[in-house]
Design a protein around this ligand. Sequence first.
Ligand SMILES: Nc1nc2c(ncn2[C@@H]2O[C@H](COP(=O)(O)O)[C@@H](O)[C@H]2O)c(=O)[nH]1
Length: 252
Amino acid sequence: MRLLLSNDDGYLAPGLAALHQALRPLGEVTVVGPEQNCSGASNSLTLWRPLSVYTAANGFHYLNGTPTDCVHVALTGMLDHRPDLVVSGINNGQNMGDDTLYSGTVAAATEGFLFGVPSIAFSLVEKNWAHLDAAARVAADIVEHFARRPLPAHTLLNVNIPNLPYEALGEWRVTRLGKRHPSQPVIRQTNPRGEDIYWIGAAGEAFDASEGTDFHAIAHGCVSITPLQLDLTHTQMLPTLREWVHGRRGGP
Ligand SMILES: Nc1nc2c(ncn2[C@@H]2O[C@H](COP(=O)(O)O)[C@@H](O)[C@H]2O)c(=O)[nH]1
């Protein structure tokens, strides 16, 4: 297999190194990661300045842009081949429910998906890498299974892995995204120059963690595998909106 790896915690992050180490035996692995931590970067693309690509001593490429930039540049300007799989992570923390909208880790995989390459995002649900070795083994198990039984090109998977020793991990569960309550309010402070500054508050607690969700699977020690799609059309609203539009008086 030929794999393209990226992440959003930065090219020096332990999660990327562990993922690379775990996937190397499965084929040819190219790494293109962001120079900085881009957590929360979502699908942002850098359009207002050029990007520069560098190569670290360990052979990882990195660029002064976002996770989406990394995969975009790799697929359209660096690689002389189309990878069999784009793999993003292993994220330092969970990407469940609404997190997936803000996540740079998911965004890197999404960019591969948009270019027609099957893609997988991996996140270890608790920060600070306690059982990163176990998460890396799970990532290799899933990629190996994909190699044996490929999924269609239009595959985008969001995988969350419990923070547990490998032997304590439960089954792989196919899940849907749960939902969170809105984020906590910002934290306002004053800087040394007397100006207000704001820290984004914590993510909201789970609102829908019912059976079948990613939250539920993780709460039961299982690996959560969620298939994602990108069509944001709110189809259930279409009839209501048509009525709303056609209900205009004297309108065209
Ligand atoms: N509102 C907040 N959201 C948070 C916070 N920490 C994490 N998050 C959410 O999780 C993802 C992390 O994903 P990443 O792949 O971008 O690292 C992030 O995008 C948010 O959705 C937080 O403190 N507050």
